[in-house]
Design a protein around this ligand. Structure first.
Ligand code: FAD
Length: 243
């Protein structure tokens, strides 16, 4: 391996835990992340209970989701009386490129325009942010991404299974790391068996795959099957049409 500063190291085990744009992944797979068709705009409201009481009440003590096709607001309460929101818009990257995110107020106003008619306590999550809104385009690796065993090399976390955020990405990355460690400890003299055991358990575990398969098995509509959050909601509400 050659590092960016020119140092080199020879290793018998290389684990790519280097995220969405992994530099290790090409050793195993030609797959590259593709734009999902959706981006989120991230905002924060501080001291919400006193400065934004209506919004704080709408978000409540945990999480709040307001969803329509192509337009979504997810918000949750964080410690320190903070509301943290992801405002999702299903638009191509060019659409977002036309918005100047270096001008926070103008960008917030432009995004809020897309939510005209929504309840003001929800649009306040866009317009009343205490830091400039941050654009986060969402990329994903192909569904079912896997690779053939390559001696001494493997991936974990987003490097292996980057998905549209579904609330499990960090958990899965940590679980991958723990299970890879256990496999190496179980086969200290046989790294190939350790990597094989780890990968065979990791490939089918991916939360996104489970949600996709769940949505398809339930006969969910195509949009739900494409979007893990929609699929999750379909799962929650499957037997309870009144929800
Ligand atoms: C908008 C958004 C919201 C999310 N919300 C949630 C959530 O609520 N819950 C959840 O569980 N997950 C969430 N996720 C997903 C979660 O952030 C990821 O799944 C998780 O961070 C993956 O962990 P990782 O360690 O595999 O990769 P990363 O967290 O990306 O870590 C990889 C690390 O490798 C480093 N690195 C990369 N290349 C190199 C290099 N060449 N040399 C040295 N270092 C390098 C990077 O700097 C980085 O620190 C969200 C993601 C997004 C985009």
């Amino acid at each position: 391996m050659t590092f960016a500063d020119g140092r080199t190291v020879v290793t018998g085990l290389l684990v790519g835990a280097d995220g969405a744009w992994s530099r290790v992944r090409p050793l195993l797979s030609s797959a590259t992340p593709e734009y999902s068709g959706k981006s989120v705009v991230e905002t924060y409201l501080f001291e919400a209970d006193t400065r934004h009481p209506a919004t704080a009440e709408a978000v409540g003590g945990g999480s709040m989701m307001a969803l329509t096709p192509g337009r979504e607001i997810f918000a949750h309460r964080e410690r320190g009386d903070t509301l943290h929101a992801y405002v999702g818009l299903a638009e191509p990257q060019e659409w977002f490129a036309a918005i100047d995110f270096t001008d926070g107020a103008a960008a917030a106003a432009r995004i809020a325009k897309e939510f005209a008619g929504w309840a003001p306590e929800l649009t306040a999550l866009i317009t009343d942010g205490d830091i400039a809104p941050v654009l986060r385009p969402l990329f994903a690796l192909p569904h079912g991404h896997r690779w053939d065993r390559v001696p001494g090399v493997t991936l974990l976390g987003d490097a292996a299974h980057l998905s549209i955020p579904n609330g499990e990405g960090a958990n899965l990355a940590m679980l991958d790391g723990a299970e890879l460690g256990e496999a190496i400890a179980a086969y200290p003299d046989d790294i190939e068996t350790a990597l094989d055991e780890y990968e065979q358990a990791m490939f089918p575990r991916r939360a996104k795959a489970a949600l996709f398969e769940g949505a398809e098995a339930q006969g969910a509509d195509t949009d739900s099957a494409k979007d893990p959050i929609q699929a999750m909601i379909a799962e929650f509400t499957r037997d309870e049409p009144s929800k």
